[in-house]
Design a protein around this ligand. Structure first.
Ligand code: ACO
Length: 327
């Protein structure tokens, strides 16, 4: 069975920065409240010139360059996103923009768990021998769907895109994984369809509409994250035949510094082994883990052979962990 190797990472560079102080001009909040409760100092916001596709393409291009894989060698592109440019899917636009003419491309939606779910999905195609070179992208523009007058949610989110390149290899570096869903908690975090009835003809009524802004029960999501995330990481480590002591880097979905600290504490991972970029990016949903990996790799922190315990969690509710070794 072919193995899966992570051979490149990349992210998009967003220029517009929204600081906590600037946000305080819009809603009744403060840099002190946001920083103390979340660890966030600023987030990036997509400009009107950016699209989900353009950000995802930039991240993928940078990951391919690091991997030294050309676009025409790519067999599959999996785009994890909850904020597509087109509800029919955005991955094909990325395929076209990259010039990945041989690649099949599709979107995958699992909110803030999207990157981990996409990584594991993509790996299955490699393990079965179907594909050799795969680009996995996590990209979200949550600013489109944020209620900028709701201080309980708008301070948390930012826009971004990150990507990794997976390659078939003799040695399998996806060491273990575990994915979970619990629809009974769906109401805790939503970006829900908001229908408006229109009588079409006779007794036929159609539902037209858009999507309501993000709503979240922050306390419930917080409790869920601090209990379920350590558990799912330990299950993935068990499948990898590893223990907590084998974790070189804890790379969690960047939702809240307090969640990162609590999870690291439960797992016994020292603070210097926890990758955190929340202060600069906020919660970028599916993009947060690949951006964190890319920044840590380019900064020379994550090195060849290092074991990363990644974990995503969010709407669905969904959560999952993949234990991967950097090639
Ligand atoms: N500025 C100032 N005050 C605020 C703000 C704000 N931005 N937001 C809330 N407050 C107030 C509240 O009104 C409340 O006031 P009250 O006590 O007078 O009622 C007080 O601050 C405390 O509010 P809490 O909601 O209890 O604050 P908490 O400490 O729980 O922090 C937070 C809220 C940051 C949202 C936290 O619950 C959290 O991080 N939850 C997890 C969110 C998450 O991880 N989401 C991940 C998934 S995202 C995805 O899938 C798309």
């Amino acid at each position: 069975m072919p193995g899966v190797s992570l051979v490149g990472s990349g992210s998009a560079c967003l220029t517009a920065q929204l600081t906590n102080d600037a946000l305080s001009q819009r809603v009744d909040t403060s840099d002190d409240w946001i920083a103390t409760r979340t660890g966030i100092r600023q987030r990036h916001i997509a400009t009107p010139q950016d699209s989900l596709a353009s950000l995802a393409t930039e991240a993928a291009r940078n990951a391919l360059a690091m991997a030294e894989v050309s676009a025409t060698e790519v067999d599959l592109i999996v785009l994890a996103t909850s904020t597509p440019d087109d509800l029919f899917g955005t991955a094909c636009q990325v395929q076209q923009a990259l010039g990945a003419t041989r690649a099949v491309a599709f979107d995958l939606t699992a909110a803030c768990s999207g990157f981990v779910f996409a990584l594991v999905t993509a790996a299955q195609y490699i393990r079965t021998g179907v594909f050799k070179n795969v680009v996995v992208i996590g990209a979200d523009v949550l600013s489109r769907w944020t209620d900028w007058d709701d201080r309980t949610t708008c301070v948390l989110f930012g826009d971004g895109a990150g990507a990794v390149v997976l390659r078939a290899a003799e040695r399998d570096r996806l060491l273990g994984f575990e994915l979970c869903s619990d629809g009974s908690l769906n109401h805790c975090l939503n970006l829900a369809y908001q229908p408006e009835s229109e009588v079409l003809v006779g007794d036929i009524t159609v539902q037209k509409g858009t999507f309501a802004p993000i709503t979240m029960n922050g306390r419930e999501v917080y409790k869920f994250a601090v209990s379920r995330v350590p558990e799912v990481i330990e299950k993935a480590l068990f499948r990898a035949n590893l223990t907590n002591a084998d974790i070189d880097w804890l790379v969690l979905h960047q939702a809240n510094q307090r969640i990162l600290d609590a999870v690291a504490d439960r797992l016994g991972v020292p603070a210097e082994r926890v990758v955190s970029n929340m202060a600069r990016h906020g919660n970028t949903s599916a993009a947060s883990i690949p951006i964190a990996i890319d920044e840590a790799v380019r900064a020379g922190k994550i090195k060849a052979g290092d074991v990363m315990a990644t974990a995503g969690f969010g709407a669905g509710l969904t959560w999952g962990s993949a234990i991967v070794q950097w090639a």
